[in-house]
Design a protein around this ligand. Sequence first.
Ligand SMILES: O=C(O)CCC(=O)C(=O)O
Length: 247
Amino acid sequence: MDTISNYHFKQKNYLNEILNAGVFVFKNMIKIEQIVELKIQTDKVREIVLSKISSMERPVNIHSDIVERELGRLDYRCGFNASIFDEIAAPIDAIIKEASPKIDFNRYWGLLTALGGAGPTNMHRDVYPFLNTTEGVNLDTHELNLPPYYFTVLMPLVVITKENGPTEFIKYSQREKIVDVTKSDIYAPLTIPGDVVIFDGRIMHRGSANHTKDERILAYITYVANWYHDQTFVLNDYLFPELAGKG
Ligand SMILES: O=C(O)CCC(=O)C(=O)O
């Protein structure tokens, strides 16, 4: 099995890019057979969810296991228990450790989909501010000065094109307290299954619109410092209790 130590050095500057630019794309990191298995396992969950919500009022809004803030953009946080999830995460765990060695992380898997025709999300950071000194998406200097304490890792399960909605990033914005999104360059990497996008949760980013009729599907892993109070897990409101042990 490939380990990160004999793989990642082939991609120059990845650590520098993660730590400075705030985002890096590892090309062809996941093997095709692992992607096939990941797709099989995530499809099981997708099918159960899509069939149940098809008769519900939409968007289904925010639950512990499924979130649909914007119509057609679903965030699945349940049912990812098969062994393939740990297998794929192993080399990524090593990169995260290398990028932020002073922090101990917990991780969880999810799936982000944009149904055909879904609109974009707002530019946001994945972290919330800890201090009451800022508002909205602005951060305090103390938050910027911490080593990375939250990473999001995206793994496309379909080819990502300009049309079906690449994730858009403002590089270096994880170091800015206030970001003027109207005056910033956008980095929107086009990726294929097997690629892995790692970004600092403080970076400003958004999902762009899906102008096609096909679903755009990304698997993801969130790495959060073990002291971070992740609000995802505060709710106790499951739409799909049957998925708790699925995988
Ligand atoms: O769906 C997307 O491309 C956006 C991903 C995103 O916003 C996130 O990971 O927080």
